[in-house]
Ligand binder design. Sequence first.
Ligand code: MN
Ligand code: FE
Length: 360
Amino acid sequence: MEKTFEIGSKSFVLDQTKAEEAYAAKRVINGRQTMAFNLLPLRYQWSYDLYRTMKANHWEPEDIPMQKDVEQWRSNDLTEQERWIIRMGIGYFSAAEGIVGDNIIHVVREMVTAPELKLVLGRHAHEENIHADSLLYMISSLGINPHECEAMFEQIPTILRKNEFVTNVSNSLRRETDLTTPENKKLLAKNIFVFGQCMEGTQFYGLFGMILSLYRQNKFPGIGQMFRYTLRDESNHIEVFRNLFMDLVEENQEIWTKDFQEELRDLMAEAVRLEKEFIEDCLPTNAVGLSADEFTQYIDYIADRRLIGVGLKPLSQGVDNPLPWLAELMDIGKEQNFFEGRVTEYQKASALEVVSDDDL
Ligand code: MN
Ligand code: FE
């Protein structure tokens, strides 16, 4: 018997028995290993949908003009605090984007078995490359010494600690790891939770908030624009890892113990603590429109959203969002003629995908 299957707008006729077998053999981990990229039939529809959304949001750094940023960087109108935030932003993300990309390529994409999961993870890794490239573009436009940025990553203790926190859950996992034991399954679940919800989902948001707060004051419009695009991408990355985590747990329920749930909440608490220390480093004094208290409160707020998103109890409960404008800045689709460049062309006929406020 034959049956029609759909991927996006394309339809395929498959032998029903074979299709059912292929479907049944698909798993987040420990599924059928195949050299063929058999996306059909889709088991993880969300991964294909997110892949399409991410593709539609494609952007290239060089499409964003940097003249105004360069003028401002060279002028005397900036405070030392403002320069410091830009340096911290470029310094931290230059390495952080690489760490995320490396973890996807060498750990997560290697360990999952369903092809549609590998598909979206390939796109995710590529977006980290775009982000890394955008930082290069900022560095070269402003004429910052790249070694200085590198040194920041090696010398600033709050950056080092954030770094160690994530690489700890990455180092022990590699393609050969036996994922049939509950202990190793937990290691992978921890990795996916830490990278998606703690790092990209929470620890990226201190600097996002600060840089976009400058952007709101018409400072560094090019850099701000790139961070807006990056933030929109990150919200999809968080969603990729959230779905991946939920399906991994769903298929391996033996790992979802009270103890493990508490361990994950503890990891988030640690992530929040590290991020608050980092924010203090970024904002040693309160500058115009930038209050460290607001940013630390935002971290509590966003961390709880991430925990709730994966079915865990929040840590601080009932914290208000002190930066509601951040969600609006990410809603790029609302703007008209916002960008006359290639991004619009990449969209082709498809409408610009708008990320809802729920992701912030
Ligand atoms: Mn990124
Ligand atoms: Fe990301």
